[in-house]
Design a protein around this ligand. Structure first.
Ligand code: GAP
Length: 449
């Protein structure tokens, strides 16, 4: 941790094909980042692990993938149209805009703070709604015709969803009707969410287009505390499984007045980022706020019956929420290591093999020896079939290849040399220790898998 700086991480991520600035050749777009070939593999592994742990390995969980565009009434009922806002201030002199709770010395009143760019004074604070608005339909005005024919309702303004939770709540009834689950049970979703952050910053920590992995866990109203504790443990289980350093994670009980409008209790799982201790994940008790609000606004019956099948009740909800982008950043920080190997300094990513974007790299010792290359190609095809995230590398000398693979966190490097041609064994090198051993090609695929 001591050696990680954001500059080193951002540079490694760009150079090695993990993460690039969004729309870079046009000068970028603030708050957006593009995941490159290694970044997308890492991201997919992180999401697959989460889905396996929280959906596939459990009996009480149901997955959905809802539309990002939703009827705007969803966001009116959920309270986001009126309540999903950050405090905005503008410098009276240079007109730059800031979040009032992030600019200057927060222990002094806003009137005493100055614009960090030009030293100007701030105007009044106003609430800035963070939802991105978008227009549905092609025609400019609503007409009786297109409404009656079921055509586009051009007058509809809607929003890009600010949390994936919305798509879960509106599918509660569908899942209940299709699967008849008993309480407690959960619905999970992984997907994009959009927030018009006033001040996106710190690489992929605060972005405008983000991805979330969320569970809405429905319980009997008097059983929420047990579910809250169980999910608190599950959050740590995931932190451990994905490879985030637990000693950098701390809990914050979010006090009254600072929680989201829907929450009666929230724990933030904070992480020690190079830029300070801030939220990684959240766990909230959303009561029956959402189901009741959607039932009232839509007229749909969003209740269930109790075990005896008599009393209709509105379940309460415990919600663990995981940001994908923050998982990646925490993982990069946890994995980043600088050490000395064979008397030489090196940088490597100590990824848990389960999430490493490349699991194994296969090299011919020399690329100008056709027999070696041919044999290495055979081994590569064999391993790639068993473990698709396997890479071919024949650039530069063997030392350089090891360094390159270390830097992207590849756990296994496999070298095909002259001895391979004689006895069908290869050199297998361990990323963390640099140790090499010979292993027979027959055992290789199962070893790497
Ligand atoms: N459904 C609950 C919810 O959305 P949140 O605390 O606003 O709660 C949940 O967001 C998680 O989403 C956060 O803990 C964080 O991991 C991630 N997140 C939120 N805003 C983000 C942003 N602007 N950039 C990156 N990740 C973000």
């Amino acid at each position: 941790m001591a050696d990680v700086t954001m500059e080193k991480l951002v540079s490694l991520c760009k150079r090695r094909g993990f993460i690039y600035p969004g729309s870079e050749i046009y000068g970028g777009l603030s708050g957006t980042w593009d995941y490159g070939p290694l970044g997308v593999e890492l991201k997919n592994n992180i999401k697959a692990l989460w889905w396996k742990m929280f959906v596939q390995e459990r009996e009480d969980m149901y997955g959905v993938d809802a539309a990002i565009l939703m009827n705007p009434k969803v966001w009116e009922a959920s309270g986001h149209v009126t309540g999903f806002a950050d405090p905005l201030v503008e410098c009276k002199k240079c007109k730059r805009r800031y979040r009032a709770d992030q600019v200057g010395d927060l222990s002094t009143p806003l009137e005493a703070r100055k614009c960090p760019e030009c030293g100007g004074a701030f105007g009044d604070v106003r609430q800035f709604n963070m939802m991105f608005k978008t227009q549905i339909g092609a025609t400019p005005a609503r007409t009786t015709d297109n409404v009656q024919s079921g055509g586009d309702d051009a007058s509809a303004t809607t929003y890009l969803r600010p949390e994936t939770a919305g798509g879960i709540f509106v599918n509660f009834k569908n899942v209940v009707d299709s699967f008849h689950p008993k309480l407690p049970f959960g619905i999970a979703q992984i997907g994009k969410a959009f927030r018009n952050e006033i001040a996106p910053r710190d690489f992929i920590f605060r972005v405008r287009e983000l991805e979330q992995m969320e569970v809405e866990y429905f319980v009997y109203p008097d059983e929420w505390k047990g579910a809250f504790e169980a999910w608190r443990k599950e959050v740590y289980r995931y932190i451990d499984a994905v490879g985030i350093s637990k000693d950098l994670v701390h809990e914050l009980e979010v006090p009254d007045g600072e929680r989201a409008h829907y929450s009666k209790r929230t724990i933030d799982f904070e992480f020690d980022w190079p830029f300070g201790r801030k939220e990684l994940y959240g766990l909230a008790y959303r009561t029956d706020f959402d189901l009741s609000a959607h039932a009232k606004a839509s007229g749909a019956g969003l209740t269930m019956t109790d075990e005896e099948g008599k009393e209709p009740l509105t379940p309460h909800v415990v919600e663990p929420s995981f940001g994908v982008d923050r998982t990646i950043l925490a993982l990069l920080i946890s994995a980043y290591t600088e050490d000395q190997l064979g008397g030489e300094p090196r940088t490597y990513l100590k990824f848990n093999p389960a999430v490493a974007p490349v699991k194994a790299a296969v090299f011919p010792l020399l690329k100008n020896k056709p027999q070696l290359v041919e044999k290495a190609r055979e081994v590569y095809a064999l391993i790639k079939k068993a473990v698709p995230q396997t890479m071919w590398d024949d650039n530069g000398n063997i030392g350089k290849r090891y360094r390159r693979q270390d830097e992207i966190g590849t756990p296994h490097c496999i070298t095909i040399d002259f001895q391979t041609l004689e006895d069908d064994t290869v050199t297998l090198r361990n990323r963390d220790t640099g140790e090499q051993k010979r292993i027979s090609i027959d055992e290789l695929a199962s070893h790497v898998a």
